[in-house]
Design a protein around this ligand. Structure first.
Ligand code: SF4
Ligand code: SF4
Length: 243
């Protein structure tokens, strides 16, 4: 695909990266076949090819609009589209760059800003999210149906194996999942135990950064990723290299 990036981005690192990605795309549309949002909504702009085109327009200087933002917001960043792209287009990176730029150009309505800030600040903080989820589960029967659907019933995590194995694996506990579905990590630990591998939870690992990053707080997401790497390193040292 031919590109002609605007002055504001052309000579930046992100601009050069985006330009190289865009130039690989031949607009064949194979990727739309594996895009869940395209399958669901049937709109070209809710598929990878359409989104690539929207990002290209913004990078070439066309001002982003609320519509541009909406179609980029709807992308799940699942990167399934990359699996069917014959040209190896790194869509995931391109959409991150595009979203960052669109976020600076399009001001979100106040209510949306409020929700996004709440999600960004509450979800990655396990010490806040976990009690909030417990409270939600306790009053679940009294909640309106729309809210009930968002609060899963409380689950018993099940037994965590106590056997010690020479082979160990480090588990990043995560932020949201242990509160919503504590049974998943415990079940993983039991499966690995049966295979002779001990699962160890990395203390203080926190959020992997995906929540903030995908809510377009890219700096906050990167900070979370750095903390995670530090926790991972500390844990590795504490286990004397056995993990
Ligand atoms: S499959 Fe790849 S090359 Fe074809 S339109 Fe999609 S991203 Fe572009
Ligand atoms: S990342 Fe997922 S949702 Fe987004 S365009 Fe690709 S396949 Fe579709």
């Amino acid at each position: 695909m031919q590109t002609n990036l605007a002055d504001f981005i052309r000579d930046t690192q992100e601009g050069q990266e985006a330009d190289a990605i865009l130039r690989k795309c031949v607009h064949c549309g194979f990727c739309t076949a594996t895009c869940p949002t395209y399958q669901l909504l049937g709109d070209e702009l809710d598929g990878p090819r359409g989104r690539i085109y929207l990002i290209k327009q913004v990078l070439e200087g066309k001002p982003a609009t609320e519509k541009t933002q909406l179609h980029l917001d709807r992308c799940l960043t699942c990167r399934n589209c990359e699996s069917t792209c014959p040209s190896g287009v790194n869509y995931g990176r391109l959409v991150d760059i595009g979203r960052g730029i669109v976020e600076k150009q399009v001001k979100r309505p106040f209510a949306q800003q409020l929700i996004r800030t709440a999600l960004r600040e509450i979800l990655p903080r396990k010490q806040v999210f976990e009690p909030a989820m417990k409270l939600g589960q306790a009053v679940r029967p009294l909640l309106p149906r729309a809210l009930q659907n968002k609060v899963p019933e409380a689950r018993n995590p099940g037994r965590w194996p106590e056997r010690v194995h020479a082979r160990k694996m480090l588990l990043l506990d995560g932020c949201v999942q242990p509160a919503m579905s504590p049974n998943i990590n415990a079940a993983t630990a039991r499966v690995l135990d049966a295979l002779g591998v001990q699962l160890i939870v990395a203390p203080r690992a926190g959020c992997c950064g995906a929540i903030r990053y995908h809510l377009n707080d890219q700096d906050g997401g990167l900070d979370d990723m750095r903390s995670l790497c530090r926790a991972r390193r500390e844990n590795f040292c504490a286990n004397q290299g056995s993990v």
